[in-house]
Design a protein around this ligand. Structure first.
Ligand SMILES: Nc1ncnc2c1ncn2[C@@H]1O[C@H](COP(=O)(O)OP(=O)(O)OP(=O)(O)O)[C@@H](O)[C@H]1O
Ligand SMILES: [Mg+2]
Length: 451
């Protein structure tokens, strides 16, 4: 209400100065065209993928206010109280626009005709390492592809969009949008910049690193999954041909080949089940589990199932449940998959140690929250240190041939990681070559009380 009264008095003041209303309407229209122009530019940038749409919107608000600053105030005095009330939400002057540009998450840099930096927003300073105004852009943004694109726009005008990468200190990918500003806009911006040389180029950078990483993961995943399916399929086709061809009249060979074929078909089926399981778990990863699970009972179930396999390899499985273990918040089927895969791994890869120790104990996390800890220790060959951080990646295996030979798809630990994440738990891997490995899962107990 107070704002509206304030607007009313501005309007009255304007009337007293005798300014004609038609003149104000004409000027208001002028502003609209410029706003529309700026909106189109930023919509084009967003459409071209140079900026995400919300950033383009804010950049549009910011830059249009920056360009129109003074005049916007003039028009404000001419509008009716109702219009002023509506327009109150728009940026009132150039300072707000400058502030918005300053705080954009994407780097924005203004250059003069000699490619010296006139202005860089906060994100640009973070990227370039706080470069003072007046320094050549080449000393701050060193990517050769970017510098030659800047040079090209300085010489030929127009707008260029390029993707480039910075290999050091860590590899990062950017999309740069380089636009010629034209004398009118450049001059107006220079006014805002307190008489520095005329602005000639606007550079906007958008960090594509995360997007590229996700893209790469997707490509690797499809390649790996197809390869894993192709191998047993090729074997199946080969044996079908053999049975139809020279083993046509050899029932003994046929029986042997059919045995191998059924193994390969089972492998394909396991892979498809694991892939489906992974995608199901990923879909539900943000939904916290609602059930309650007794990890000691669940572990007993897993070891009962794996007992015959362990016995056939001469491996003894010991389960030790400590005092005070509480049930965890979780889903039985998913946690069963976790314990099953970790115990199976200990059996598959650590069987030479002839012993697996599973310990279930109460624990506290760093925040003092009560957890239940399940540790699976084997005394096998262990895992070289460099492989440990990558074990939970899909299809990652230390020894691909051994994993395949033992029926592995390389998805087990990826599934474990996703399930543990969904349960707000942690997975830690501790392994020493020659001594064996310990995989430890910690899960929050059902009652969310602090110890
Ligand atoms: N206890 C262990 N000792 C030594 N190496 C292990 C152990 N557990 C896992 N690994 C290594 O980690 C890799 C990944 O394990 P993961 O469970 O993800 O896949 P997998 O067992 O090969 O296949 P899947 O579990 O899908 O049947 C294994 O191939 C193996 O090289
Ligand atoms: Mg496994």
């Amino acid at each position: 209400m107070a704002d509206l009264q304030g607007s009313q008095s501005i309007y009255e003041g304007a009337r007293r100065r005798g300014t004609r209303r038609d003149e104000f309407v004409r000027r208001l229209k002028e502003q609209r065209y410029r706003l529309a122009g700026a909106a189109l530019l930023f919509a084009a940038l967003a459409g071209a993928g140079a900026m995400s749409p919300p950033i383009a919107f804010f950049a549009f608000l910011g830059l249009s206010a920056l360009l129109m600053g003074e005049e916007a105030q003039e028009v404000k005095t001419a509008a009716s109280p109702a219009e002023l009330g509506q327009r109150h939400a728009l940026p009132p002057n150039g300072r707000l626009g400058a502030l918005v540009v300053e705080h954009l998450p994407d780097p924005v840099v203004l250059l003069d005709k000699s490619s010296r930096i006139l202005y860089a927003n906060r994100a640009a300073h973070d990227l370039m390492g706080h470069v003072p105004a007046g320094r050549p852009v080449a000393s701050a943004l060193r990517a050769p592809a970017l510098l030659s694109a800047i040079q090209k726009v300085q010489e030929e005008g127009g707008t260029l969009s390029i993707d480039y990468e910075m290999p050091v200190p860590v590899e990062r990918h950017f999309r740069a949008m380089i636009s010629e500003l034209g004398p009118e806009t450049g001059g107006e911006l220079s006014k805002e910049l307190n008489g520095l040389p005329e602005a000639s180029l606007l550079i906007m950078l958008h960090d594509l690193t995360d997007m590229r990483r996700v893209e790469q993961m997707r490509v690797d995943f499809v390649a790996n999954a197809s390869h894993e399916l192709k191998t047993p399929l090729a074997s199946l086709s080969g044996f079908i041909e053999t049975i139809q061809g020279h083993a046509k009249d050899d029932p003994e060979a046929q029986a042997r080949f059919l045995g191998i074929m059924s193994e390969q078909a089972a492998r394909m089926q396991r892979l498809i089940e694991d892939l489906l399981s992974l995608s199901r778990i990923e879909m539900r990863e943000h939904v916290p589990p609602s059930g309650e699970v007794d990890l000691a009972a669940l572990t007993g179930d897993v070891t009962d199932g794996l007992g015959p396999l362990a016995a056939s390899h001469g491996v003894e499985i010991n389960v030790d449940v400590k005092e005070g273990v509480e049930p965890v918040r979780g889903e039985w089927d998913e946690l069963h998959q976790v314990v099953q895969n970790l115990t199976e791994n200990a059996l598959k890869y650590g069987r030479s140690g002839k012993r697996i120790d599973i310990t279930i104990a109460p624990a506290l996390n760093q925040a003092g929250r009560k957890m239940t800890e399940l540790a699976i220790r084997d005394y096998g060959p262990g895992i070289p240190r460099e492989h440990i951080p990558r074990l939970t990646e899909r299809f990652y295996r230390v020894d691909v041939a051994k994993s395949r030979e033992r029926g592995g798809t390389g998805l087990g630990l990826a599934i474990v990681k996703h399930i543990v994440n969904r349960h707000s738990g942690t997975l830690t891997i501790d392994s020493h070559v020659g001594e064996g490995s310990t995989f430890t899962v910690r899960l929050p107990v059902r009652a969310q009380t602090r110890a």
